[in-house]
Write a protein that binds this ligand. Sequence first.
Ligand SMILES: *[C@@H]1O[C@H](CO)[C@@H](O)[C@H](O)[C@H]1NC(C)=O
Ligand SMILES: *[C@@H]1O[C@H](CO)[C@@H](O)[C@H](O)[C@H]1NC(C)=O
Ligand SMILES: *[C@@H]1O[C@H](CO)[C@@H](O)[C@H](O)[C@H]1NC(C)=O
Length: 972
Amino acid sequence: MGMDDRTTTFGRKRSCTITRCGAFALVLTFVGSIVITGLLVCHFAPCVDGKISQHRDILDWEESSMFRAGRSFRRSRANKINVRLPRSIVPKSYDVNLVPFIWEGNFTFNGEVKIVVSVVQDTTNVTLHAFDMDINSKYTSVSEYPAASKSNKVIKINQQFNDTIRQFYIIKLAKTLKAGKQYLIYLKYIGRLNDYLQGFYRSSYIVNNETRWIATTQFQPTDARRAFPCFDEPAFKATFQINIARPTNMTSVSNMPRERESQPVEGMPTYVWDHFQRSVPMSTYLVAFMVADFEARHSESRNVSVWARKDALEQSDYSLQIGPKILDYYENYFQIKFPLPKIDMVALPDFSAGAMENWGLITYRETALLYQDGVSANGNKQRVAAVVAHELAHQWFGNLVTPSWWTDLWLNEGFASYVENIGIDAVEPSWKALEQFVVHDMQNVFAPDALESSHPITIEVDNPDEINEIFDRISYAKGASIIRMMDHFLTTEVFKRGLTNYLNAKAYKSADQDNLWHTLTKQAHKDEVLDKDITVKQIMDTWTLQTGFPVITVKRNYQDNTAVITQERFMLRNHSKKGKSPLWWVPITYTTATKLNFNKTKPSTWMKVEKSINLDNVSDDPNEWVIFNLLETGYYRVNYDQKNWQAIIKHLKSEGYKDIPTINRAQLLDDALNLARAGLLDYGTAMDVTSYLEQETEYLPWKAALSAIIYLDNMLVNVQGYDMFRKHCLKLLDNVYRNVSFKDDTNDPQLTVFTRADILTLACDLGQQDCVSNAVKQFQEWRASNNTSVSNPISPNLKSIIYCTAIRMGGESDWNFMWQQYLKSNVGSEKDLLLQALGCTRETWLLSRYLNWASSSNSFIRKQDMTRVFASVANNIIGQPIAFNFFRNKWNQLKEYLGTSFSSINGIIKASTNRINSKYELKDLVEFVNEHKEEFGSASRAAEQAIEHVEANIQWLERNHKKIYNWLKKKS
Ligand SMILES: *[C@@H]1O[C@H](CO)[C@@H](O)[C@H](O)[C@H]1NC(C)=O
Ligand SMILES: *[C@@H]1O[C@H](CO)[C@@H](O)[C@H](O)[C@H]1NC(C)=O
Ligand SMILES: *[C@@H]1O[C@H](CO)[C@@H](O)[C@H](O)[C@H]1NC(C)=O
């Protein structure tokens, strides 16, 4: 599933808000990767959405879900109940009949399911999943299949009941079901079209003051059981034949095409039956159906359609254009034809994730599928491409071959998160998606993975809460990063061949990571890219089963041209616990100032779970630098001895700095600043690396630097020396600001557009005069022209900067104008931007009222957008204390309003405490958390983390403030 972009959001919005360099930063704390992402994104991307793009997804606030995952990982498994289904019965086929009452409006549905099962082991019960539905036991039956001709061989039922904790429905039989035989199970029930975006749920939208209803599904990971009783584990693949009764004035879609003309429904003249073709064998979580009054547009080149609200359908040009192309490309990449007769892609107004890869019926939130040229930013367009490419990649990797259990979720999501970039590259080569990956995903996930609370990418999970927790940044972005590393150390041709073999061998079945490692090893040995005694499993187990990632330290011997390389886990804090670090198989690549072989990403040697190795002939010239981890294809950081760092800094500051490719420039910045933050490199050296930014105009290095700069800004904003810091930032920005200028040009390459968005955001946040006055001027021109119904003249890529800066500088009437625009807008991404900008005001009462609106129903702010609003307020330097107080004072109101989406509280806690670095506020936080300990539930980990995070901020400040102050003083 694609993650939603709330995260991103976080980052983004704030940016604007704050005045300073980043103050926004939310979290920055590295902690949040997400955050970071967001941040970065935002910030620099400013609010624009520019970046959003990348970020795809995230299901929940990632960070927080990561914390939760960390917790469950540690939870004792000793006295846990087993929530897995018995293996004695396996389903073969389902026939599902559904009658949803969305039109009449009691929001229930009548359901019937017939399941043909095979018995593998004698058993006297049928145990399957069913949740939140009323099964009418009178109708339940179990009979031999196919039915014997004389008697119908019905098996007598002794007892049936639900086991609510395990979400099971159990039918106990009077007779043994025999191994090798097949049986037919029939169940009749009433389900609920709930409004919490899980299972078979309802959603709505408004046209001309009239509410239009939608009934649709989201099953991954464990909610098919809310729609029909089933064996709801991914390894239980079966075929599905879906029948839906729908109101005649609506349409229905499902995974497969409709089989024949709609049929009348007995006793219901306003309904007809739609019968869909039987599916190929697939997992329950990939089943999908929808009833709505949407309209569709169809591609001319392939059987691909996009469905949306009628008013939004014109925004589907882009996805309709790229979808079929990416599909063609993947057929070639995987060397396997797409196996279904059609693909429908649906834009839903209410959707919890970013998108869901249901086989043949992909569902998206509107912003992940729809794009309006001239209204939305380049970043929105990129997000559409990314999410479409992500979900289409799953049609093979995930749908055709499915992880046997959720433990291997990372493989599914990591794979799609990596391959989506290859898909984007196929349709938009100028965007350099594979380069963007390094700053948007890999460097981003380094942050949470450097914390003690991180977890291994392969993680044991059983119950639905635990499963939901692992849809986090670690699974997606770290998964993608280590798959990318594998693509490089195996070489792409070998990687692709192995992949095709794996997909063919396991098609329509399930598999686990060892199956993939095995196939790749075979191919690698055949093509001689790995020694016979080395397996992919040996290598990859060190990356998937252990927490974190290494930093390698290169110490050169300048007399004999050798170097000693050591590895240890990179930790943002508590590095001191030396000696106990795990070890990895680290692919080693490097080049020198004279060789400049940056494209040689096939490793020249390995660190084979060794603490240290010696390298000979590193460089003949003691005065030239060496750089390791070429194109940052390895998932690790690199530190050097002082002399080598100085040689690198000298080169970066010279005219020849472009000798080092942008990815490695971004790497040097990101590594240096994070090594400093972790106490492994002195801040002076790291700040010296950033000095070369005065001449840098490329996107990747800036993006890498910005997240660290934002953190510094957050920490320094209220302490001595901030004026010097601000001046220093403005000086670094001077050249690139003039280079990009405050004018969007539609002919600019994507990365220039993103750079502009990021740089202007930072400049405006820092209060740079030219930036602020341009922003206010353009906003006022728009306001003035608005009565004359001229369309918005502000360039989409600059909207976030201009909206936020203008709201920050403006007053109530500007705010009201913006709110009106929000109510009027028909474009999802525009609505998001406006919501973010509304949090930029400096009027405290507007901020408080805004938070109130966001946390009550009927305020025109959707529940799904609440964390967005909260983050935008919290990222505003003036808004942060308001958000902090609001969540403490209105705790009960929030809890009640959020209900089942209570996990959003994690994002709220994080955002509103992110920047805190004073002891006084820490005390308030601790007090509140202690007082409400019992009520935090799933958010208790986020609360603990917030405290830990604030403590770390305080500690960081104590340790580094002086040093940075002195460095700045020396420079000014
Ligand atoms: C919901 O409404 C339909 C149509 O009016 C009716 O047939 C059905 O019994 C109702 N279901 C429940 C559970 O009340
Ligand atoms: C149902 O049968 C399976 C296999 O025979 C057994 O493991 C399980 O405990 C039984 N469940 C109940 C509730 O009897
Ligand atoms: C289990 O029983 C409760 C009532 O005791 C009922 O409300 C619920 O819907 C049932 N669950 C299933 C799956 O039938």
